[in-house]
Write a protein that binds this ligand. Structure first.
Ligand SMILES: N[C@@H](CCC(=O)N[C@@H](CS)C(=O)NCC(=O)O)C(=O)O
Length: 321
């Protein structure tokens, strides 16, 4: 049920890192508490007995231990764009996921039922129903957290449908976002898309409208290197529209406005995305990951050609800040 957990599992499978997948429930809670520093999943426990959390640093740490096959495209532009898409998937893709999962009754019931079964696998029917109701009430009450509300709901859904079309075009001629093997960006975006696919409403949208996205959703469950990464010139015709319309026009102004709202300790902020106003309470975690994205940008040795792409996508100024 957790996009960040399946993201890390997909990475572990790609790298053939031996691991055990343990559900967080009453049976595993004591072990979880021993190693977790934050109340979130995934939690990776290493053979040395260290607990690691937060999917992006988990993957970065593992990549140092298991560098081959690399998840970073050799082309310098594709390499940074992949990092940007990883962040976009984690932070903006999560809005589609969380919104669709908890907006409609059919999805609420399906998801709350699945969560209740994971947490309490042996519960009888009545106990299960009561627990599922509790989960449903709690989670529906939390959608505001990712910015889903009456005003933003149509924007989130229009944006998701637009993304499905763009992504389907991009994946029509290639198995993974950056060519013949999965990149950092695939893992981040896919974790959210996979979860969307498992839910009734968004799953039907994917199955009915985006056959290439559907293939990729399946492929990324057990990703493997089929051929090399592609260069930026080959990727640009269908990846650039995603950068411009989704990352540059939606996610980027939002993440900068969120950062400013945190700096100014605002209770709520509004930002215009395209031709619509988006209003929500600031989200803390995002400012930290935006900082990490800037640090990675600062480390790029030769920025000339990359800057032209980032400027065209509308992300350059905020990355230099
Ligand atoms: N930035 C973290 C986010 C992890 C996260 O938000 N996990 C959610 C589930 S997808 C969680 O554990 N929420 C609290 C809960 O389920 O109790 C990451 O990338 O790992």
């Amino acid at each position: 049920m957790s996009p960040y957990s399946v993201k890390v599992r997909s990475y572990f499978r790609y790298k053939a890192i031996p691991h055990q997948w343990i559900l967080r429930n009453a049976a595993s809670q004591a072990e979880y508490d021993k190693y977790a520093k934050m109340p979130i999943i995934p939690l990776v426990i290493t053979p040395e007995g260290t607990g690691i959390q937060d999917s992006t640093p988990i993957i970065e740490q593992m990549e140092k231990l298991h560098p081959e096959p690399s998840i970073h495209p050799d082309d310098a532009i594709a390499n940074y764009v992949s990092t940007l898409i990883e962040e976009f998937g984690d932070e903006w893709g999560n809005k589609w996921m969380f919104h669709y999962r908890w907006a409609r009754e059919v999805d609420q019931r399906a998801s709350a039922g699945r969560i209740a079964r994971i947490r309490s696998p042996k519960a009888g029917e009545a106990e299960h129903d009561a627990f599922a109701d509790q989960v449903r009430t709690r989670m529906v009450g939390r959608v505001w957290f990712v910015g889903s509300n009456e005003m933003t709901a149509p924007q989130i859904e229009d944006g998701f449908r637009d993304m499905l079309g763009l992504l389907d075009d991009h994946l029509a001629g290639r198995p993974y976002l950056f060519g013949g093997r999965p990149a950092f960006g695939d893992f981040g975006l896919w974790g959210q898309l996979y979860e969307l696919w498992t839910d009734p409403t968004a799953g039907a949208l994917i199955e009915g409208n985006a056959p290439h996205v559907l293939d990729w959703v399946h492929r990324m469950l057990w990703p493997r290197a089929e051929s090399a990464f592609e260069g930026w010139t080959a990727l640009a015709p269908t990846l650039m529209p995603i950068l411009v319309k989704q990352v540059g026009k939606q996610f980027w102004p939002w993440t900068l406005a969120n950062e400013a709202a945190l700096r100014e300790t605002k209770e709520e902020f509004s930002v215009t995305l395209g031709d619509k106003v988006w209003t929500q309470k600031p989200q803390k975690y995002h400012a930290r990951s935006l900082g990490m994205l800037r640090a990675k940008y600062a480390e790029v040795p030769d920025k000339g050609a990359l800057d032209m792409v980032l400027a065209a996508a509308g992300c350059l100024a905020g990355l230099r800040a």
